[in-house]
Design a protein. Structure first.
Ligand code: 3HC
Length: 296
């Protein structure tokens, strides 16, 4: 079955990941409609994208004109009914299976293209669990981006036992040919490839802090200088968000029942205390308004 080239994209959620995905789509000359629940959240999402586009201009990656055109391609709505004509929708809301499932049920009833790609950017929830919330699981797929989305070139593509080959080819062509990302494929297992490797490492670093094995500064310094990682595991946990790391760990623990994936008490306490990382101004480190670590 043939399907049209994707030119109309929807993004659900304008948090860190949703905003990044919307930005890269708009920069790739695609019409982007972003869903947020309230005007305030939509305004915050738009400013997040505009700040990132400004950063692109100041680092010489895009011109002023490209920034303006990208901003012009972005529209916001708080009505999922407006997504009827979308050819690809990427859901990027909170890592909660119930919330995501409800969105997929509604999306499925709204989007008319029988070969539309209904994608989730979930970090860890098996995609089939979202597919069964719809009447057309053949349209449902995982498209997992990495933070910061404009910088990191990877998309993990996760097909389920029901995803159609048309939908999976369409999603892959969009990620690689339109967005210029590199695609890897993963089986539909919680965590997919990257988080199945990354999250046990982040949890181990948190356990090291918890047990007094080493300080957070020394753990981060050790991996940056000894392994040439761009940032240490505790700074990376702050970037991803401690609440998100906990949700991913919980999904992976539910799937595999491995102690390796269980969230350590220090992570639970920090999430309860609201110390969820860079987006909240504090996690393992504290952050100034500009997102730079201000106190170590
Ligand atoms: N938006 C746009 N551009 C950004 C950006 C953003 N949010 N953050 C950084 N950049 C660009 C900068 O403009 C700069 O570009 P330039 O080199 O052309 O000037 C470049 O990225 C480097 O940025 P900085 O100089 O400010 O800072 P660093 O060199 O310290 O890099 C970093 C920052 C890109 C965040 C780097 O430390 C990094 O790649 N860290 C690892 C991030 C990572 O592992 N992410 C994956 C997390 S896991 C995930 O997302 C999956 C989820 O499911 C949990």
């Amino acid at each position: 079955m043939t399907s049209e080239k994707i030119q109309r994209v929807g993004v659900i959620g304008a948090g860190i990941m949703g905003a990044g995905i919307a930005e890269v789509c708009a920069r790739a000359h695609v019409d982007v409609l972003v869903f947020e629940q309230t005007r305030e959240l939509a305004a915050a999402g738009r400013s997040r994208i505009l700040r990132s586009l400004d950063r692109g201009v100041s680092s010489g990656k895009i011109t002023e004109r490209e920034r303006e055109q990208a901003a012009w391609r972005l529209r916001f709505t708080s009505d999922l009914g407006d997504f009827a004509d979308r050819q690809l929708v990427v859901e990027a809301v909170v890592e909660d299976e119930k919330v995501k499932s409800e969105i997929f049920t509604e999306l499925d009833s709204v989007v008319t293209d029988p070969n539309a790609v209904l994608a989730s950017n979930t970090s860890s929830i098996p995609i089939m669990k979202l597919g069964i919330a719809t009447k057309s699981p053949e349209r449902v797929i995982g498209m997992h981006f990495f933070n910061p989305v404009p910088v990191l070139p990877l998309v993990e593509l996760v097909t389920t036992l029901k995803t159609s080959s048309t939908v999976s080819q369409r999603a892959e062509a969009f990620a690689s040919d339109v967005l210029g990302k590199q695609v890897v494929r993963s089986a539909d297992r919680s965590g997919f490839v990257v988080n199945a490797l990354l999250v046990p490492y982040l949890l181990s670093a948190i356990r090291m802090v918890e047990s007094g094995f080493a300080t957070k500064e020394d753990i981060d310094k050790a991996t940056v200088l000894g392994l040439a990682h761009p940032m240490g595991p505790l700074a990376l946990t702050d970037l991803v968000g401690l609440d998100t790391v906990k949700s991913i760990a919980d999904s992976m623990y539910e799937e595999f029942k491995e102690p390796l994936y269980s969230a350590p008490p220090l992570l639970l306490r920090m999430v309860e205390a609201g110390l969820v990382g860079k987006k909240a101004g504090a996690g393992f480190y504290e952050y100034a308004e500009n997102g730079r670590a201000s106190k170590k």
